[in-house]
Write a protein that binds this ligand. Structure first.
Ligand code: ZN
Length: 95
């Protein structure tokens, strides 16, 4: 029986932190059968392809974008409070 050994070059990503187990310098990068780059954690077995990473990055970007959009809404809420004194002045019987 012949054992087919496919030696894929794996290189450690210096300073990379595993998003699952938070271990540093445990992530290796290699190419899978589909030609995609895969990150694998040698500590906990976590794997992520570059396409999965791209989706995650996009979600993170969207989350950041939404967070920045909340700020102007807060400013609008302040404007609503300023309208209240105007209404009170209008209701003042002195007029
Ligand atoms: Zn890990």
């Amino acid at each position: 029986m012949t054992v087919i050994q496919r030696q894929r070059p794996r290189r450690f990503i210096a300073g990379a932190v595993c998003p699952k187990c938070a271990e540093m310098d445990r992530l290796v990068m290699f190419s899978n059968e589909a030609g995609e780059e895969v990150r694998e954690c040698v500590s906990c077995g976590y794997t992520q392809t570059t396409s999965e990473q791209a989706v995650e990055d996009e979600q993170n970007n969207l989350a950041t974008e939404l967070a920045t959009r909340v700020t102007p809404l807060d400013g609008k809420a302040l404007l609503d409070e300023e309208e209240q004194p105007l209404r009170i002045i209008g209701l003042t019987p002195d007029a």
